[in-house]
Design a protein around this ligand. Structure first.
Ligand SMILES: Cc1cc2nc3c(=O)[nH]c(=O)nc-3n(C[C@H](O)[C@H](O)[C@H](O)COP(=O)(O)OP(=O)(O)OC[C@H]3O[C@@H](n4cnc5c(N)ncnc54)[C@H](O)[C@@H]3O)c2cc1C
Length: 429
């Protein structure tokens, strides 16, 4: 039995940032990682993926981007390398190749089974990410067997797809990026677009993430957002880190020759049926984009930046082809692949503690798990702010949660003075 004060599960950026915060507070801990540091970026992202957040925003506690391309967008391999360097820089006590199989409540804390080891800890931080599994709609089961289906977690490049047409379902960051890449390979691409978030890559000469940060949008707190459930389920924006800086909204994809259809609603007897409300969906996305651009303009004026920035302007409304079909026969051979770009979900199936709500989600208040003192969550959308799911969002979230964790240990310590939480176990990276 290995005894430590805190266990962090997962050595992605969130787990590493938490490790740094715990070290700052001299909390004895270990980070358990089933693969290598930055495993998700090594094994679950397609090679051509670039961050949609600019390099200057890729910062973690005690570490800023210092390269020569602050306005560029990092490829997935560079993210993995950056996180590996960060783990070394902060001397994170990571145990790699160590899969957590169960976490249970035990006297004075938690019992963790990882590989063949048992660990005891007073606190556990779940930093295993929000995107472990693909979120695939139930109708996926009705795709005819002649059609290849895959998810972005398994996608590597267009070369792995059979020849023929590809239906990409979902028009958020992943869907628009993969639709463009697959189209470039010469395959005819159809994109089924449901509710989406349209944003320009740049506005008035600045990256849209600059605007989101400057206006305070990303810093909006979970306890100040009117419809938190909706905010937590918002699709990712239609942005990519493709360079040179390019729009990847539906108009741009249409201009490339990609066919845009409405939301995939049903598949009956091999026929896919698409919603007829694409025009409304697009009008709503345009409206919301313009609302944000107005907020950005107001912010610029209030801060006296109008002369420094390019002039205000608006983008053409999304064009919707009124002749777009509402049905596609998936048995005709026209479509040979369906790619489910319908989002991701976390996998906490190994957590053996009754802290879930009726929908199976872990109940928490800004990352402090409800009903399990000493248990914390990281990395989920709008966990504490709208930035929580982004790399740079981990700095504030881990500061707050490490502070909470430390106070919790102190309160336990006062009631059980024998607790020693200042030691650090010897573990290798
Ligand atoms: C396609 C895609 C693009 C993204 N682009 C951006 C972007 O441009 N900018 C941005 O800021 N964010 C982006 N994100 C969001 C977010 O930054 C990433 O998802 C990031 O990887 C999340 O970091 P994390 O540390 O929370 O989780 P992860 O990076 O997923 O790390 C979790 C770790 O936990 C490990 N693990 C899981 N289960 C276990 C277990 N049972 N035992 C032990 N270890 C386990 C995994 O192996 C993994 O290493 C993107 C996400 C996706 C999916």
């Amino acid at each position: 039995m290995i005894q430590t004060t805190a266990v962090v599960v997962g050595a992605g950026h969130a787990g590493l940032a938490m490790s740094r915060r715990l070290s700052e507070r001299s909390v004895d801990h270990v980070v358990l990682e089933r693969g290598q540091v930055a495993n998700s970026w090594r094994t679950q992202r397609w090679p051509s993926l670039r961050l949609l957040t600019p390099n200057w925003q890729t910062r973690l506690p005690g570490c800023r981007y210092t390269g020569d391309d602050p306005d560029g967008y990092m490829p997935a391999a560079d993210v993995a390398a950056t996180l590996t360097r960060y783990a070394r820089l902060i001397d994170a006590p990571v145990r790699t190749a160590t899969t957590v199989h169960t976490v249970r409540v035990a006297p004075e804390g938690f019992q963790i089974r990882a590989n063949d080891d048992l660990l005891r800890a007073r606190a556990v931080v779940l930093a295993t990410g929000a995107c472990n599994l693909p979120a695939i709609p139930d109708l996926a089961g009705a795709v005819p067997p002649s059609v290849t289906t895959l998810t972005p977690l398994a996608y590597r490049d267009p070369g792995q797809l059979p020849a023929g047409g590809v239906l990409v379902v979902g028009a958020s960051a992943t869907g628009v990026q993969l639709a463009a890449e697959i189209h470039q390979s010469g395959r005819p691409v159809t994109l089924a677009a449901g509710e989406h978030v349209r944003l320009p890559r740049t506005y008035r000469g600045r990256d849209i993430f600059w605007w989101m940060q400057a206006t305070g949008l990303l810093a909006e707190r979970y306890d100040q957002i009117d419809d938190l459930t909706r905010a937590r389920h918002l699709p990712s924006p239609q942005l990519t880190g493709i360079t040179p800086t390019t729009m990847t909204d539906l108009n741009s994809l249409t201009a490339l020759g990609i066919r845009i259809l409405g939301r995939l609603g049903r598949i009956t007897d091999g026929t896919a049926q698409f919603s007829g409300s694409l025009a409304n969906t697009c009008a709503l996305a345009d409206l919301k984009m313009n609302r944000f651009l107005t907020r950005a303009d107001q912010w610029a004026t209030t801060h006296g930046l109008d002369d420094e920035l390019a002039p205000t302007h608006r983008f053409a409304p999304t064009r919707v082809d009124p002749r777009a079909p509402l049905e596609l026969d998936l048995t005709s051979g026209e479509i040979t692949t369906v790619l489910w770009a319908t989002g991701f979900r976390p996998d906490h199936s190994w957590l053996d503690i009754p802290v879930r709500d009726r929908t199976g989600r872990i109940r928490h208040d800004g990352g402090v798990v409800t009903g399990a003192p000493g248990l914390y969550l990281l990395g989920l959308p709008v966990l504490r702010t709208r930035a929580s799911t982004y790399i740079h969002g981990a700095a504030a979230d881990t500061r707050a949660l490490a502070g909470h964790l430390h106070s919790y240990l102190d309160s336990q310590h006062r009631s059980q003075p024998a607790a020693a939480h200042m030691r650090r176990p010897r573990v290798g990276l």
